[in-house]
Design a protein around this ligand. Structure first.
Ligand code: GUN
Ligand code: ZN
Length: 660
């Protein structure tokens, strides 16, 4: 759910995920723009309450007041309300004041309801927050408007609030009142609060996790769909001689070495700092804290582009057992993550621990397996080799293991497995039919050879689910041992000779299996028919992999080298369109965009009328008009959920017709 975004304000463009350092309007000493801030947050209520600051801000605006030329967000005084219980400004007044001081992003006066309050209290507060969000949207003329999600720790209230305030068309949706949860290290509850809030918010607006300022939580929060963070923590921690790190906090009194390689850590020793006056020292530690926080944001952005955000999250969440609770709680939200997870990513899928089994890729594979129909009533499950399996699996390989093959079978009189379907068992994906062994991420993944208990449990279930489709099952003894399979009485050990299948797959059968797996059951027949002689397959001379597929000199599909996906060509697109009813694989575009799509121009989100729910980033799609006429075909750049919500930007990269 993590994404990289950009939004523009009158004072510049902000790339998200972004950290907004908190700048105190009266007391700021550190120059945050020099340290790389594109956006900061300050407090309009503090300015409002101080005559001198107020006068200056009303005269010249907030930008000169805090000496920051780029985007400024202001908070409304809600936080003071939550701390002191009372403030003397109304919602309307605070909106108008923020407009008057020319802030870029302003906030309404939401009520931050503490965690774990009585439901009646949360409901009362929420009614006011929603009413004020509505009023703010009505009276606002100039501001980019924040509308805060509240609802305490009641997931359904969070969802309701998010859905309600989304109707008022604000520009940014902060998630509020989470500071106490983070202070108590209640990260599992934080995950519930954030995931339910995000579930009700539109995809095309940034979300700000209010008061999240420790770099330790950034990766997890970004993976849940948060785009903005604010940090007063860099100063508050520094004032207590604490160094923030991406995996926790260090105390100056314990340090014998400086912890990083920022300017401060290079120029000073812990002793130098200890000898300094407190205010001088705090300023330096604050600089370190901000440096580390920005560095973590940069690392997260890189991880998103590399397709490795979850790997980073799993790494970060090992810094503290309660963060690990947060990561483990995410398992409850697999379906939310599936909605936005790209089908293919740039880098390999790395197993970092048992939580990796909860990633959306693993669940998606189990679903796509259902697209592949058995071609026999017998199944042979082999242990994995190096990847891709078909390169290393062959009759010789199986023979090598024949002496220790022990089969467990339901049909005891038939030991002829020569026409059986062959699959491989491997962690983290479970059962992998031979034909799809080069499809992302089934070849592009690494996991440790020594399995944890969860991996064993996972494999047991994967085998159990998959073998349901078959009458005769043969499982290699290595698998039984490796995953401690507890096979029931139905299985017996075979010592009679077994006729094994050739663990090879023809290029034709491979293509058909990939098509079924990628596009849906029967897509293989639709695209390639059942006569291998009619299909011409061109392979890469260098890698030996399938590259282009033709029938009568017409290109049906091509295979993408990095992820093994089938890429449609004219004939392939026409055949799928003809065979599969709408909405399967369809992106429906408006009349004004028809001509552009036909010419091979990209499809923009605002022209999309409808889109098939399962479409994700990097999937092949069929571009049609309202009458389901095929206009073009291409690759989706977003998930269907994003395409529906976004009104700008590209949705589909269209491919050019070769013969039209
Ligand atoms: N700062 C930290 N938490 C909150 C919150 O819930 N609302 C507002 N407006 N500001 C905050
Ligand atoms: Zn440092």
């Amino acid at each position: 759910m993590g994404r990289i975004g950009k939004f523009t304000t009158p004072h510049g463009t902000v790339t998200t995920p972004a950290l907004m350092p908190v700048v105190h309007p009266g007391k700021q000493t550190l120059d945050v723009k020099k340290l790389g801030a594109e956006i900061v947050i300050t407090n309009s209520y503090i300015i409002y309450k101080n005559e001198e600051l107020k006068e200056k801000a009303l005269k010249d605006g907030v930008h000169p007041l805090i000496d920051f030329p780029h985007t400024i967000e202001t908070d409304s005084g809600s936080f003071q309300l939550s701390v002191y219980g009372d403030i003397d400004i109304t919602n309307e007044e605070v909106i108008k004041f923020q407009e008057a001081i020319k802030t870029d992003i302003g906030t309404s006066l939401d009520i931050p309801t503490a965690p774990y309050v009585k439901r009646s209290k949360a409901e009362e507060d929420l009614a006011i927050t929603i009413e004020r969000a509505k009023q703010a949207a009505e009276v606002n003329e100039e501001l980019i408007l924040n509308s805060v999600v509240q609802g305490s720790t009641f997931p359904d209230l969070r969802l309701k609030c998010a859905e309600e305030i989304s109707k008022f068309d604000a520009d940014i949706y902060p998630i509020g009142a989470v500071v106490p949860l983070m202070e108590m290290y209640r990260y599992a509850d934080l995950v519930d609060v954030v995931m339910y809030s995000i579930r009700g918010l539109p995809e095309d607006k940034p979300r700000h996790l209010m008061g999240a300022g420790h770099p330790m939580v950034f990766a997890l929060a970004v993976a849940m769909g948060c785009d903005l963070f604010d940090s007063a923590a860099y100063i508050l921690y520094a004032n207590k001689d604490r160094f923030m790190m991406p995996d926790g906090t260090l105390r100056l009194e314990d340090l014998i070495e400086m912890p990083c390689s920022c300017r401060v850590c290079c120029e000073y020793t812990p002793d130098d700092l200890r000898k300094m006056p407190q205010d001088e020292r705090a300023k330096l530690i604050a600089e370190h804290n901000l440096h580390i926080s920005f560095a973590e944001i940069r690392r997260i952005r890189q991880a998103i582009v590399d397709g490795e955000l979850m790997k980073l999250v799993e790494l970060r969440c090992r810094a503290h057992p309660f963060l690990l609770d947060g990561l483990r709680r995410l398992k409850e939200y697999q379906k939310d993550m599936m909605k936005l997870n790209p089908s293919s990513k740039k880098n390999a899928f790395f197993y970092t621990g048992e939580e990796t089994l909860n990633r959306p890729e693993v669940l998606k594979h189990q679903k796509q397996l259902e697209n592949i129909q058995p071609t026999s009533n017998s199944l042979v499950i082999l242990p994995h080799t190096r990847k891709p399996y078909t390169k290393y699996l062959n009759k010789e390989y199986i023979k090598k293991y024949t002496p220790e093959i022990v089969s467990y079978y339901t049909n005891s009189c038939n030991l002829d497995f020569s026409d059986a379907d062959v699959v491989v068992a491997d962690i983290p994906f479970g059962i992998i039919p031979l034909g799809v062994d080069e499809f992302y991420p089934l070849a592009q993944n690494e996991s440790p050879a020594i399995h944890d208990e969860d991996a064993k449990q996972f494999m047991k279930k994967a085998i159990c689910d998959y073998t349901n489709k078959y009458d005769n099952i043969l499982i290699h003894k290595k698998i039984v041992d490796k995953y401690d399979l507890d096979l029931t009485d139905e299985y017996t050990i075979v010592d009679a000779p077994i006729t094994l299948p050739d663990a090879k797959i023809s290029d034709f059968d491979r293509l058909k299996m990939i098509a079924d797996y990628q596009f849906g059951t029967n897509a293989g027949n639709v695209l390639f028919g059942d006569d291998p002689d009619k299909i011409k397959i061109e392979k890469s001379r260098k890698t030996g992999k399938i590259r282009h597929v033709f029938e009568d000199k017409q290109n049906i599909v091509n295979m993408r080298a990095n992820d093994g996906f089938l890429i449609l060509s004219d004939l392939g697109a026409k055949r799928l369109h003809e065979a599969f009813d709408a909405p399967h694989m369809r992106v429906v575009v408006a009349e004004d965009a028809e001509e552009y799509a036909r010419k091979g121009k990209s499809v923009f989100n605002k022209f999309v009328l409808d889109v098939d729910e399962p479409i994700r980033h990097n999937d092949e799609v069929l571009i049609v008009n309202g009458d389901d006429e095929l206009l073009a075909f291409g690759k989706s750049l977003l998930s269907s959920y994003e395409i529906k919500d976004f009104n700008s930007g590209q949705a589909i990269k269209t491919r050019k017709w070769k013969n039209q």
